[in-house]
Design a protein around this ligand. Structure first.
Ligand code: TXA
Ligand code: MG
Length: 321
């Protein structure tokens, strides 16, 4: 399929990807058509082995090899200077390229057999929630795909951590399963910065509304959660709450809730499936109990605040706006 220039949906440990031969411009263009994704959004090139890196990237810094050795195959994407043979359609015309070796046996088998680079974004329609099961892919894009490889639910559940190594110092472009702490340790203890626009950086107004459900979606601090629910219920809204606390003060007063895991890895694994399921339900508003402001929850907070189109958990005002 890949060799013939076809697009294939395949599992990775993070989310399902929509892959095409990264050296075939027609095949890569088809990804953008299927996803309805703007052409200036670059794609990650997936490889089977670190030996392929110099084919795609130039001036590869030592940090890249340190991180590769520690975290590949795995949920880490490195942004590097691109070799001139990397297609513009893959990089969105930028002079950098994103590379990742996924930590999933099926993805690796596919990449090894194919032998080249596979350009792949998440296999969802542009701007929607990433797919963590083959069924999610089928629901979003099934009518346009010849092949969806089903390997069950993904284990990580959130997209890869993206680190740019093209500037004067490493920069985190997207938090993910590989934590800042783990990256800093591998890079010799230097503290890493977040690019403007990641929710962790808390720069107001910088977020694009990615990963969004259609139902209004708000992250609310636990202290005002009950009040928020009651206000919405009082005006006749059907509210559902994604809640971690099994708090006797709150639960009896909430008409509909979805219990979420207390462990961040389990929470991440379930998050997108829960968001998709609740989005299909007949709710006027989805409220989420704000997760702790600690490193293990960083990537989850980023995705929740993006889904809410906000940079921070809100109070009870303007919940429906
Ligand atoms: O976990 C993942 O990374 C999944 C699986 C399928 O590997 N892929 C994924 O791809 O999330 P996508 O296209 O949905 O998100 C990739 C992000 C985009 O926000 C894109 O802008 C950014 O990576 N990106 C890709 N190449 C880049 C580059 N050269 N410079 C800056 N950002 C880049
Ligand atoms: Mg995506």
């Amino acid at each position: 399929m890949l060799t013939a220039g076809k697009v294939v949906a395949f599992p990775t440990e993070t989310v399902y990807g929509l892959g095409a031969d990264a050296a075939n411009p027609e095949a890569v263009r088809r990804i953008f058509e299927i996803k309805e994704r703007p052409a200036d959004h670059p794609l990650i090139v997936h490889l089977a082995s670190v030996e392929q890196l110099p084919y795609w990237a130039l001036d590869i810094p030592d940090e890249a090899y340190l991180l590769a050795e520690q975290f590949w195959p795995g949920p880490l994407t490195l942004i590097l200077r691109r070799d001139s043979r990397v297609l513009d359609v893959v990089t969105g015309g930028q002079d950098t390229v994103g590379i990742r070796i996924p930590g999933h046996s099926v993805a690796l088998a596919l990449l090894q057999q194919f032998g080249g680079g596979v350009a792949a974004p998440s296999a969802n329609r542009f701007g929607r929630i990433s797919p963590t099961t083959a069924r999610h892919v089928f629901e979003d894009l099934g009518d346009q795909l010849g092949l969806i490889i089903d390997a069950g639910p993904t284990s990580v559940g959130l997209e890869s951590t993206i680190v740019s190594l093209t500037g004067p110092e490493p920069l985190i472009l997207r938090p993910g399963a590989i934590s800042v702490t783990a990256l800093e340790k591998t890079l010799g203890g230097h503290s890493l910065k977040f690019a403007a626009g990641t929710a962790c950086q808390r720069a107001p107004g910088m977020l694009s509304s990615h990963y969004a459900p259609r139902t209004p979606f708000r992250v609310i601090e636990k202290g005002v959660l009950l009040e928020a629910v009651q206000r919405l219920q009082a005006i006749g809204d059907k509210v559902v709450v994604m809640i971690r606390s099994s708090d006797a003060d709150i639960l009896p007063h909430i008409a509909a809730f979805q219990a979420m895991p207390g462990d961040p890895d389990e929470y991440a694994q379930e998050l997108y499936a829960v968001m998709r399921a609740l989005d299909k339900g007949d709710f006027d508003c989805i409220l989420v109990e704000a997760p702790p402001d600690t490193t293990p929850w960083q990537a989850i907070r980023d995705r929740l605040y993006r889904a809410a189109g906000r940079t921070e958990a809100g109070g009870i005002h303007n919940i429906r706006h």
